[in-house]
Design a protein around this ligand. Sequence first.
Ligand SMILES: Cc1cc2nc3c(=O)[nH]c(=O)nc-3n(C[C@H](O)[C@H](O)[C@H](O)COP(=O)(O)OP(=O)(O)OC[C@H]3O[C@@H](n4cnc5c(N)ncnc54)[C@H](O)[C@@H]3O)c2cc1C
Length: 407
Amino acid sequence: MTATGPSRGSRTTAQRKVLISGASIAGPALAYWLHRFGLAVTVVEKASALRGGGYPIDIRGTAIEVVRRMGILQQLRDAHINSRRCTFLNADGSELIALTPSAVAGSVEGQDLEVRRGDLAAHLYAIVRDDVEFLFDDSIDTLDQSEHGVDVTFRSGRRRTFDLVIGADGMHSQIRESLFGPEEQFHRYLGYCFAIFTMPNTFGFSRELTMWNAPGRAAALYAVGANDELHAFLNFHQPQPPLAALRNPEAQRDLVADVFAGAGWEVPGMVAAMRDADDLFFDTAGQIRMPRWSHGRVALVGDAAYAPSFLTGQGSSLALVGAYLLADALAENQDHAAAFDAYERGLREFVGMNQALVGNGSATLFPTTARALEQRNDMLRDLATMPSASARPAHSALTLPDPVSTP
Ligand SMILES: Cc1cc2nc3c(=O)[nH]c(=O)nc-3n(C[C@H](O)[C@H](O)[C@H](O)COP(=O)(O)OP(=O)(O)OC[C@H]3O[C@@H](n4cnc5c(N)ncnc54)[C@H](O)[C@@H]3O)c2cc1C
């Protein structure tokens, strides 16, 4: 596969060995670039295979340039969901307004992309799987850093030594926990919890999102194609994070059912489907904010270091851009400390702008009071009369370092 982009392996001396933990978006993207720059890469993933599923994700602005340089822009354009409309409903199920998806998301029609999360993960995996070692069904047990490298013990009992270890293991990163301390120190809770699962499309929805709102509660059904499956989403305001429920799927189901008791539209059927779902993904809406993204020979990338929350729709884009900049910094600097500093210098402002898209926690699409819901509805009516959405500056605020052509 051809891609425009740097290939800087020739600038390095001994081939550095890098272990990446996590094979979702940030991990394989970083693996791709590090391999292109001449490093030897191993990726360890705790799941037994590449994980599909999840709500569709957006790739916007600077991240579009990253996937173009990786040579997968056309495949992702082919996978673009291209929804027809977003329909907003009142609490009684009546229609409030129908809008184009780009007007709602602040995406640029014809440029920004929305794809199934599993499609993006699969495309990233496909371009690295032959060049990079993948260890599925395993994870890092212990890390022992010295001036010469990092001795790693895996859960499986393997022992290996790497020059560098990178945590791309998501919002609840184990690597972050083991080196930097408990998640609570870095997690900024945004006041919402959400449950995502799939359910049968018995409604005849096709390439469209339908969202029901009441103060503090939202329910959405998303038909991404013409197949029989819907992505269901139940989001609710909860002033304090439900810590006990986070590790207990039955408690999560009970909490969601309690919160949505008595709700209108198709919500009772959604709650019943959630009870039976075998792919329930429940989490809090939150951000990870850290003063440093590296510790010695270990650094973090993607959600592990700077999760922006689904409320920004920028998690995957930040993961792609972060992976590119971290690899670029490692290609430019043989000294890992200098590389990690350059990575932070290059990315921090971009991360800050994108995390700031959620404001002070009051998410525009999920108002928590009747008055805020009225204001949200007025805003949606205004959107309907605007000519077309303009891109949010935060999405494209970073210019990637110049590509160096492959020798
Ligand atoms: C199955 C799945 C479904 C998702 N669904 C949604 C969604 O609906 N909405 C949304 O906003 N975001 C969702 N996300 C998160 C979204 O992918 C990220 O916000 C974004 O793409 C940034 O990706 P990331 O690679 O940094 O982190 P993530 O996508 O979270 O990936 C982290 C990876 O690390 C692996 N991992 C975790 N711990 C370990 C460990 N100890 N050892 C080895 N591997 C480990 C995980 O299995 C995962 O593959 C989902 C993620 C996954 C994995």
